[in-house]
Every structure is written in C-alpha cells, then in structure tokens.
Design a protein around this ligand. Structure first.
Ligand code: FE2
Length: 410
C-alpha cells in the first residue's frame, strides 16, 4: 500500500539523517510524529507559509534566507540586482536537492559584497513522493524583498543587541521601536529569548514573527543560546531554524572593522544538578569552546581586526557566582585577557550595567544588557569605524543608561 511504503521511506531517511545506521533500530512513531521537517503542525491550514522569510548571516558575498512552510515542499529563492531577479538558488545536501521539507535555509552564494539584491521565496508542495513519481501541488511565493550583502572590507559596521526577552514578543517590537533612524547591518540576539523550548509555534510567535515584522526580511540576525534555550522538549530542534558561519552553536566572523566571537555559555548550574535530570553536559562543551577561542584568537582575522568583540549570554564577572558563570570565568577570562579583547557583551543577570575593566580580574569592559520585566529591558546599539567603537544602551523608556567607547589600538 502506498502509504506504508511512503512511511517506511521516511523512516529510512530519518535513520540515516540521525546517524543511527542500518543495524535495525526502528525509531518510535513518536519520534517520526515529532520530526518538524516532515510533519505539518497544522495540516488544516493547507499550503501556506508559517513564517515570513528571515535572513541569517552567512558571510561576505553571501546571504542565507530562511522560512517555514506548512506542508512538505520543494523550495527555492529567486534573486537578482533588479526586480526582474533572474537567478535561482535551492539547497543541496550530498547530491540531493533539499525537498519534502518545511523548514528552509537557502544560502545565496557568489554575491557581490556590499550590494543590494532583491529576492522572493517559493515553496511548491509535494503531494506524493514515490521512487519514480513525484507529484507537485500548488506553489506559494512571498512578496518581493531586498537585502544588502555584508562587506568584510567595509570601514564600518553597526548592529543592535537584544537579550533576555523570555517569551515576550512584544518586547522585541517595543525595543526595536526605540532604535531611531540610524541604519544597522544586523541584529544580535544574545540568548534567553525564550523561557524553555516547547514547539515550533513558540519559535514563530515569540521570535520569528516580531523579527520579520521589524527587520529580518531585509536585515539578518544572528542568534546564540542562553541557558534557557537549553531547556524543554524542543531544545534539540533549534539548530534547524538558524544559520551562522560555523553551523555550530559557537562561531566567529568579521564584519567591517570588528571581529566577533560568539560563545555558547550553556547552563548556569552544575551539569549534575537534579533539575537537569542527567541530560546536559556543558562543562565539557565550555572547555571545547575554550580550545576553539584560543585558536581563533591566534588567527590573522582576529589579530588584524581593529576591534575584538565577544558576545556571550552569561558574563564572566558581575554575576551570581553559580557554577556556569564561574566556569565561564575560569575557561574564558585568561584567554580574553591574554589576547586583549576590546569588549564583552552579555545578558543573563537581568541587571543592566557597564562594567569598566578591573585590574587582575578582567582587563576588558563587560557590558550586560537588562532583563525581561518592564523598566529593566534594554537594547544596545553598537557602531564601529576604523578609529572608534561606540556602544549605547537604551532602557525600554528610551533613556540612555549606558555608553562605552573604545579607540582603536591597532
Ligand atoms: Fe540567562
């Protein structure tokens, strides 16, 4: 019967995708039912987009476009320097064009740096998928949108930073309304956007929708986990919805005069804490990142950059001395001091503040963004040219509550 064959194909695909191998392990139906790539959360909605397109950083001369469809589809992006577009990209994995999926991430490559492109996304429903007979249904498309590619050689970069939104999407909308008219190249989401991960709808409603409405259809955002994103039954699905330069939860990139290092600081309590029930292992992961940071900080990109900025959700100092923060301090502070970073930007404590360098502790300033409650929420504006890096922190009433300025030493 067609349906059973179809289901068995899906099972085979899932086994190999999960690296389970051919030893006969059969995935439980519950796992199949929960695979977000294959299973529509709401078939009754039909063939519609569940999210608008949202841009993720990929690199100079490239851009990654993401979006979510309701039904498994074949999806692509058409793009070009004019509104007639003219070029097309889809995603290919090991010879297979990505298809019969819903969560899309398509990287447009060989773009001109610092150039404005227009684009439109398409999803063509696949109604039946047999060996030699694939049946397409209706195609849906987005409106015509635009973006500007990053330029690594640019003399300037600017970004906005949000943290600790904790499942309050209206906070994203409100804080973005305070940014004024200054242009910005990207938005950095510095962890704890959620309380804990429940499902795809939470991601759409509490993050993707306010971001797309505010900027993300035309300006990319980058995301790093906070400790809260490591919790809940949907925690392991998160990477399917985001793209960054390394494909891991920690990464680095250079944009204009700034080299950015992004660290995944993990949980705040010991891995052995009963509340984690034995399913986190962050000491080892922080140590892995320490070895990686040491390598990155010896790279030409890091050494040559006019400014060196670190994003990490949990700060290395000015915290509650719990295990996770203290382990961050132990693993990363010697590296930051030795390799002379210019600025560390964090969140987590829900107490915004600008902390000057402290001798024999941290030789670098630590900026901590605010919390999730009204009157504590902040947005930061970071701007650098080849001579000066400036940060301004605004409270949710629009008042500036912190500034920091660094003059280039290199
Ligand atoms: Fe946190």
């Amino acid at each position: 019967m067609n349906n059973s064959k179809h289901f068995s194909n899906r099972r085979t695909f899932l086994k190999s995708a999960a690296g389970i191998g051919a030893l006969g392990t059969v995935l439980p139906e519950a796992v199949l039912a929960n695979n977000p790539q294959l299973v529509s959360p709401d078939p009754a909605k039909g063939h519609v987009f569940l999210s608008e397109p949202y841009l993720q950083y990929a690199g100079p001369g490239s851009m990654t476009v993401r979006w979510i469809a309701n039904l498994p589809s074949y999806s692509w992006v058409e793009y070009g320097e004019t509104d007639s577009l003219g070029q097309k990209a889809h995603s290919v994995t090991e010879g297979l064009v990505d298809a019969y999926n819903r969560i899309n991430g398509i990287t447009l490559r060989d773009l001109k740096p610092g150039t404005t492109y227009q684009y439109r996304v398409y999803s063509k429903e696949i109604t039946d998928f047999k060996s030699y007979k694939l049946t397409y249904g209706k195609t849906i498309e987005s409106g015509l949108l635009r973006f500007k590619t990053p330029d690594e050689q640019s003399d300037a970069v600017s970004c906005l930073v949000l943290n600790d939104v904790h499942d309050r999407p209206e906070t994203i909308t409100h804080l973005l309304s305070l940014k004024g008219n200054d242009p910005f190249d990207f938005v950095f989401l510095n962890g704890d956007l959620f309380d804990y991960q429940t499902d795809e709808q939470q991601l759409i409603d509490h993050l993707l929708t306010p971001c797309s409405a505010g900027f993300a259809k035309e300006i990319p955002f980058l995301f790093v986990r906070g400790n809260h994103e490591t919790r809940g039954k949907y925690r392991s699905e998160l990477p399917q919805y985001f793209s960054n330069p390394s494909g891991k939860s920690y990464y680095s990139y250079t944009w204009g005069p700034v080299h950015f290092n992004v660290i995944d600081t993990g949980e705040d309590k010991p891995d052995s804490e009963p509340v984690y029930a034995g399913i986190v292992d962050f000491d080892a992961y922080r140590e892995e990142q320490g070895r990686w940071v040491e390598q990155v900080m010896q790279s030409p990109a890091f050494k040559k950059a006019k400014f060196r900025v670190v994003f990490m959700h949990i700060p290395t100092f000015h915290h509650n001395n719990w295990h996770g923060p203290m382990h961050c301090q132990k693993v990363f502070t010697p590296l930051f001091n030795k390799h002379k970073i210019d600025l560390c930007i964090s969140g987590h404590t829900h107490k915004y503040g600008v902390h000057e360098p402290v001798a024999n502790q941290h030789n670098y300033p630590i900026i901590i963004g605010g919390g999730s409650k009204d009157g504590t929420r902040t947005i930061m504006k970071l701007k650098a040219d080849r001579k000066t890096l400036r940060l301004s922190m605004l409270l949710d009433d629009g008042k500036e509550v912190g500034t920091y300025q660094v003059t280039a030493k290199r």
